[in-house]
Design a protein around this ligand. Sequence first.
Ligand SMILES: [Zn+2]
Length: 285
Amino acid sequence: MIQDIYPSKLDNSYKIQKLTAKDYVLWFNAEGKTYVRISEESIGFVTGSDVKDSSAIYLFSVDDQRYFLVLGEVDFHDPEFGYYSIRELRDKSNGKELFATFTAYHLWKWYADNRFCGVCAGKLVPSEKERALACPSCGNIVYPRINPAVIVGVINGEKLLLTKYRKGYAHNALVAGFTEIGETLEETVAREVMEETGIRVKNIRYYKSQPWGMAQDILVGFYCEADGDGEIHMDESELKYAEWVKREDIELQPNNLSLTNEMMKMFKEGKERNRKIKLYDYIPG
Ligand SMILES: [Zn+2]
């Protein structure tokens, strides 16, 4: 999955740091596209030696490599670079740089959408002690927004419920949706499956989670079973396809970045049962 970059590690601890020549610098334009280079499925970044911007905000590190964000567009041009959307990068690249770019996008979206205080309309400034924006006028503190959402693998015997969205991502998917206020994750699972496909579920069990900066989400994956005859009543406003598909007939997504794809793959290979949860999948044992 996109976050599986072991033995590398993303260190998101908050520090106030100054941009230096070897640091990576990201910025996003008004359409949310970022200025990078793509070669051999790997993303290359502008560095602090190309762009000297004293307002650059330190984001995080991947191993010893530091990433910074500049708010607003930077006047820097290199013929090898171009503006790419997060969706384009998802299709064209992989590796720790892609995960870093997803995470940088999540943080950029939060900084860009929270320039002013929602209480007094004063200008927000970065906190000196934690990842937060503070209002010097009224003391309001705004923390990064992370939207919880569920991904649901609904099982009916030897079949899995696959869907395709009416808009957006074209490949096979699972039932998915955002948690609403006042709801547990398990209730989100039951409600979303009912709304999208008319199916009642039982035996809900946690699988894994995934940070998905592209939509500012934390995705929480669950498997469950259909309760009843499994007759599908598809929500045609949201989906264009919802069917029970046999293990061997499951067609996976073109890459292994998403939790959805991993859950489809685990079921296809008959490995969705009795799985032990490890902190990182690639650590032996
Ligand atoms: Zn305020």
